[in-house]
Ligand binder design. Structure first.
Ligand code: FMN
Length: 201
């Protein structure tokens, strides 16, 4: 049976680097595990006036969360926190009161940013929010990607940069969840470890 991982991308940008990263992770998913986007596009701004007549985009969003065995959040960092569209989506999933779609879900976080910390601060904020929502979030390894064009997987378990191999040790294990203390198949088991990913992301 295939484990369904819902992937939530925290960026609406057409050329989002986090979307590219998410696409690569989906490609690398091992057999028996499918990573499929749960789009946050089209969600209105949250307002509890809409709780009693939820727009179709919200109903679609919540049902896709419920249908997922685990969640993978791939997000940029905006001003040292979570981007507004992602927070809005998290709010929608949590309501109406008594119908929190996030509760009990297992989750993993990854993010790519242009800053050197590679979304570390946003991830720390996101972790707090997801915990409050009743999710079990993989603690380590943290996967923060300071994005540079040409980034690619290389050394097993690591990413490296095509033009800056000396930086590869500062970069980030991209292994979501297999070794986490969560039920292994319930979160994304995405291991860029084989080095069989020669193409650029
Ligand atoms: C409003 C705004 C705030 C940003 N704040 C940060 C930040 O706090 N840290 C960081 O590393 N990059 C920051 N960036 C740069 C993002 O890393 C960069 O735009 C990245 O491409 C966003 O990811 P995306 O392409 O997937 O949307 C910010 C960008 C925007 C538009």
């Amino acid at each position: 049976m295939t484990t369904q991982i819902g992937c939530i991308i925290g960026s609406l940008a057409r050329d989002s680097i986090n979307r590219r990263l998410a696409g690569k992770l989906a490609e690398l998913a091992p057999p028996g595990l499918a990573i499929t986007e749960i789009s946050i596009r089209g969600l209105p701004l949250y307002c509890y006036d809409l709780d009693t007549s939820r727009p179709p985009a919200v109903r679609r969003f919540k049902s896709e969360i419920s249908a997922s065995d685990g969640l993978l959040l791939v997000t940029p960092e905006y001003n040292r926190s979570v981007p507004g569209p992602l927070k809005n989506a998290l709010d929608w999933g949590s309501r109406p009161w008594g119908d929190n779609s996030w509760h009990g879900k297992k989750a993993a976080i990854i993010g790519a940013g242009l800053g050197g910390a590679g979304t570390a601060v946003a991830q720390a904020h996101l972790r707090g929010i997801l915990g409050y929502l009743g999710m079990t979030v993989m603690g380590a390894p943290e996967t923060c990607v300071p994005w540079r064009e040409g980034i690619r997987s290389g050394t097993p378990g690591r990413m490296s940069w095509v033009n800056a191999p000396q930086l590869c040790d500062t970069l980030i294990i991209t292994s979501i969840a297999g070794q986490a203390k969560l039920t292994c198949r319930s979160v994304a088991v995405v291991v860029i470890s084989s080095g069989h990913c020669p193409e650029k992301i």
